[in-house]
Design a protein around this ligand. Structure first.
Ligand code: 13P
Length: 249
């Protein structure tokens, strides 16, 4: 059985001080069942977050990393530093990074390999644009993104990989994919993973992201292929995030 994951992508929100305050609220959450809870603050807030989360069950994630070990890459952060701060997961290839920061399938792949080589776990984001959805090429787009991201990943590493299906048109818009559409697309992503890694695909967690919140989490999480959620806006409010974590009600 795949362990459900609820991860908060805080994006460019919460200063270090605000991060500490929100984590103090989140530490009060008592997750029901076996849900793995992850929070992904801004890079500059990871130090404060790591200190707050020490000794707790809540895992720390980063929102990006560079694919080189070190050197002349002004403004970037490396895997070794993230690890030192207690980071376990790294979101890679989020559509906002693809759209605004020139992230490509190729750079996402380099980052996936570097993250895994450092013993960190990638949360790889894939998703179609509204135009691609309307053209009817959703599966082609997300399967290509998935396979490109996983090039060169070994069979031993694939079970450390988490994938997040985030339709671009659903992010921050209040429009979610219907639970059955999300389930169907995630099943297609799993088939793509299976083509590369065989039965191990059954162990790879695939999350849904895009306007997932306290109101719709239960329905989305009831779908057999949806293993968790990558939550933006609703992860910034402790009461809402708690309801998503405890989606069983
Ligand atoms: P929203 O939940 O705000 O739509 O953001 C989703 C997302 O992009 C998570 O990575």
């Amino acid at each position: 059985m795949r362990r459900p994951m609820i991860a908060g992508n805080w994006k460019m929100n919460k200063t270090p001080a605000e991060t500490v305050a929100l984590i103090q609220e989140l530490k009060k959450i008592q997750p029901k069942g076996n849900v793995e809870v992850v929070v992904c603050p801004m890079t500059v807030s990871l130090f404060a977050a790591g200190a707050q989360l020490k000794g707790t069950e809540i895992k720390l994630g980063a929102q990006n990393v560079h694919f080189e070990d070190k050197g002349a890459f002004t403004g970037e952060a490396n895997c070794a530093s993230l690890k030192e701060l207690g980071v376990e997961y790294v979101i890679l290839g989020h559509s906002e990074r693809r759209q605004y920061f020139g992230e490509t399938d190729e750079t996402v792949n380099k980052k996936v390999l570097k993250v895994l080589a450092n013993g960190l776990k990638p949360i790889i984001c894939v998703g179609e644009s509204l135009e691609q959805k309307q053209t009817g090429i959703t599966n082609e787009v997300v399967c290509l993104q998935t396979k490109a991201a996983l090039c060169g990943v070994s069979n031993a590493q694939i079970t450390d990989v988490v994938i997040a299906y985030e339709p671009v048109w659903a992010i921050g818009t209040g429009m979610t994919a219907t639970a059955s559409d999300a389930n169907r697309t995630i099943a297609a992503i799993r088939r793509a993973v299976r083509e590369m890694f065989g039965d191990a695909a059954e162990q790879v967690r695939i999350l849904y992201g895009g306007s997932m919140n306290d109101k719709n989490a239960n329905e989305l999480m009831s779908q057999p292929e949806i293993d968790g959620g990558l939550i933006g806006g609703a992860s910034l409010v402790a009461e809402k995030f708690e309801k998503v974590v405890n989606y069983h009600g």
